[in-house]
Every structure is written in C-alpha cells, then in structure tokens.
Design a protein around this ligand. Structure first.
Ligand SMILES: *[C@@H]1O[C@H](CO)[C@@H](O)[C@H](O)[C@H]1NC(C)=O
Ligand SMILES: CC(=O)N[C@H]1CO[C@H](CO)[C@@H](O)[C@@H]1O
Length: 262
C-alpha cells in the first residue's frame, strides 16, 4: 500500500517526526501529489536522456542544484511542475550554469551550482519558488531538526531504477562530527550538513542529488536549508547519514551570483 502525501499530511509528518512509513522509496519515502512540492525540478542531460539530478526553483529564472550536477555539462534540460518523471508540460534547456568556484569533484566540497533559465517561469499552483533559509539563521546548526528530502532517485541499492513518482521522506539533522566519523574530515566541513533517517533508513540516493532539503519555518511555510549532495557509495539503504550542502554557508554566493547575472 502506498501512503499518499498531501501538503497537510506532509506538514503533520514534519511536525511529528515519529511517523515512520516502512516502504522502499526515495529510500523509504512516500509519493508526493502534484503541487505539494512545487519548487521541485527534474534535470536531464537532454530530453531523451535519463534522470541526471534534482533541483529547486529559487526565483523566476533561477534553479539551485548541486555542483556535481552541472560539473562537466554543456547543457541541461529542466522539467517543472510535475510529480512524474515522464509526464510534464513545462520544460526548457539551459546552457548557463554558475558552478561554485571552489567546488571540488573529489570531495564534493562546495557542491553548489545555479542554473540560469533562458526564460522566466510562470508561477502557478504546480510551479512555485522555495524560500531560502534567511541571513538571520546563519548561526543555526539545525541539529535535531526534522527535514524533508524529495526526488526520483534510486529506491534500492540493488534494483537500480529511478522512481517514476516523486517521492519524499524525512531525515533528522545530525552533528557534523558524527557525520565526519563516517565520511572523514575532508568530506564533512562546516559547510556540510548531514541527516539520518527519522525511523531508520530514509535517505537520498543516486538521482536525488541537487534536490532541496527543506524544513518547516512556520505552520505553512517551508524553507530550503540544504542541497542533496552525497550518500555512502552503493549503500543508500544501510542507514548511513546522507550529506547536504549547508545553505547558510552559501547564501551570499547564491545572492551575488543571481544579482550579478540577472
Ligand atoms: C509564460 O506565459 C507566457 C504567456 O502565456 C508564455 O508565452 C510563456 O511561454 C510562458 N513561459 C513558460 C516558461 O512557460
Ligand atoms: C568535522 C567538522 O566539520 N566539524 C565542525 C562541525 O561544525 C562545528 C560548528 O558548526 C565546527 O566547529 C566543527 O569544526
């Protein structure tokens, strides 16, 4: 049986992290109805290609994603306003990326990139921007906060298939020392954030990279605090922490990139 995730249920789940849904999706996620996460973007190398990454709409003509998603690419095909990998109406191709200048492909440090869209999006019920964490929260570690992950990535370590449905799950932010014990001090910097499944094994997996890590700011506002970055190689379902670019470390980079290239 598949649990359906309405926006109201999503809010309840986030507020009450005890709710565990033991199904092998995203890793242990639930299906997201269209419009519940209207900032979610699908990235492909070309329209006929398979899933490359996720991303988030942060302004009318900007998408935020992980650095490793645009690294080495010359153009990216973007899909908006859907909860199904193969069904959509709004799409476009961009070849303007702003990869963080200190992105390191070996460690995935500074795993941040902005994609400039060739035309402005028309916001609607199914396409809306996500608000980024505010400058006022720069000192927050978010340790212990429950956050939502979403994407079309692998749902299993063995069955290497992308999910046709957009899936979401919850993780709790953990301290970066615990995370560094798993991945090492070169991978887990202050600008990294790690999360662990709320009821065991929820995690991002291949294909989920670049998607947003979001939390409840208030009763009806979600904000993005991280970008899906890494998991243990071939071990998404083992209960290891998953890694995210910590947005509070990149707010000025994001703002200045958008300001200087609009
Ligand atoms: C936005 O709406 C205008 C007017 O209907 C249309 O021409 C344009 O193609 C739309 N843009 C996108 C990205 O869908
Ligand atoms: C391993 C690591 O990066 N530890 C850092 C975790 O974050 C705190 C503050 O947020 C730093 O002081 C640690 O160096």
């Amino acid at each position: 049986m598949r649990a359906k995730l309405t926006t109201a249920v999503l809010v309840l789940i986030i507020l009450n992290a005890t709710s565990g849904i033991p199904k092998p999706r995203i890793i242990n996620g639930v299906e997201v109805p269209v419009g519940a996460l209207p900032w979610q973007v699908i990235l492909k190398k070309s329209p006929s290609d398979d899933l490359l990454c996720g991303g988030s709409v942060v302004a009318e003509n900007w998408v935020l994603t992980a650095g490793h998603c645009t690294y080495g690419q010359t153009s990216i095909f973007l899909i908006f306003g859907t909860n199904n990998l193969n069904t959509y109406s709004v799409s476009m191709t961009s070849n303007e990326f702003f990869l963080h200048p200190e992105y390191d492909p070996a460690t995935l440090n500074n795993d941040v990139s902005l994609i400039k869209l060739p035309m402005s999006l028309n916001f609607s019920a199914s396409i809306k921007p996500i608000k980024l964490v505010s400058q006022n929260d720069l000192s927050k570690s978010f340790i212990g906060t429950t956050a939502l992950i979403a994407g079309y990535g692998y749902t299993d370590d063995e069955d290497l298939e992308f999910s046709e449905a957009l899936l979401a799950a919850l993780v709790v932010i953990i301290d970066n020392e615990t995370c560094a014990a798993q991945y090492g001090d070169e991978i887990v910097l202050e600008s990294t954030m790690c999360g662990k499944g709320t009821s065991g094994y929820q995690s991002i997996c291949s294909g989920d990279s670049g998607g947003p890590l979001v939390i409840m700011q208030s009763k009806d506002e979600l904000i993005q605090i991280g970008i899906n970055s890494f998991v243990a190689q071939d071990a998404c379902t083992e209960g290891f922490p998953s890694g995210y670019a910590r947005l509070t470390s990149f707010l000025s980079y994001i703002q200045s990139t958008m300001d200087n290239n609009s």
